[in-house]
Design a protein around this ligand. Structure first.
Ligand SMILES: [Zn+2]
Length: 219
């Protein structure tokens, strides 16, 4: 009788042990489980963003955004894309097309109750020697600088970026009420960085680097 009692206890404890192990494993595999992230691929449609010949920022932004979505999904996040195609959100009737486009982007991000948004852009500077990925934030919410710091640290460590976290007062980032940052993935004006930004393998590296920072922020 006593022996049977011990056997039952043993199997009971064994079950608990494996249950804990399973929960821990799934938390490790899906560290972003339940986190809602909106990815805002900058520009699109009638707005090409910065450009070099027939290379448009809007197209590179979308490629990186799609790769970032895959990475974030693999970590358990719920991901919304502000745009999935070559479109903008202004209408022919809008007097201020850029402003209307940005307001509709903000609405899309807020409507799905995002925990975080990530705007994806490509930089340009008249001096072609400028290069490196960087993060911009607006100080409306304390989280913005913290998230920005995490991503910037990862850009410096993994991509060897020599840029730094920079404040911005761009309209969209002042107005939005969800935590997030603007990511400038590199300079289209720098020839070697331009080649990298067009390379799907490098775009993948960017997506993984950003995702590592987001995982670190949430864990
Ligand atoms: Zn841009």
């Amino acid at each position: 009788m006593l022996k049977r009692y011990y056997v039952t206890i043993f199997f009971f404890l064994l079950t608990i042990f494996f249950a804990i192990l399973t929960v821990t494993a799934s938390e490790v595999e899906l560290p972003l489980l339940g986190i809602v992230i909106s990815i805002d691929a900058g520009h699109g449609g009638r707005d090409p963003g910065t450009m070099y010949g027939n290379i448009y920022e809007k197209d590179i932004n979308l490629e990186i955004a799609k790769k970032l979505e895959a990475q974030l999904l693999s970590k358990g996040a719920i991901v919304y894309q502000v745009r999935e195609d070559d479109v903008d959100f202004s209408s022919d009737y809008d007097k201020r097309k850029k402003r209307s486009d940005l307001l509709r982007r903000i609405k899309k991000i807020e409507d799905v109750n995002s925990d975080l948004y990530l705007s994806i852009h490509i930089n340009w500077y008249d001096n072609p020697s400028y290069h490196g990925a960087e993060v911009l934030y607006y100080d409306s919410l304390p989280q913005n600088k913290i998230i920005g710091d995490y991503i910037m640290e990862e850009f410096i460590k993994t991509l060897g970026s020599t840029r730094h976290l920079t404040p911005t007062d761009l309209y969209m980032y002042q107005t939005i009420k969800i935590p997030g940052v603007l990511i400038e993935c590199g300079f289209l004006s720098n020839p070697s960085e331009r080649a990298k930004l067009l390379d799907p393998t490098y775009q993948e590296t960017l997506a993984k680097t950003i995702t590592s920072a987001i995982v670190r922020y949430y864990t």
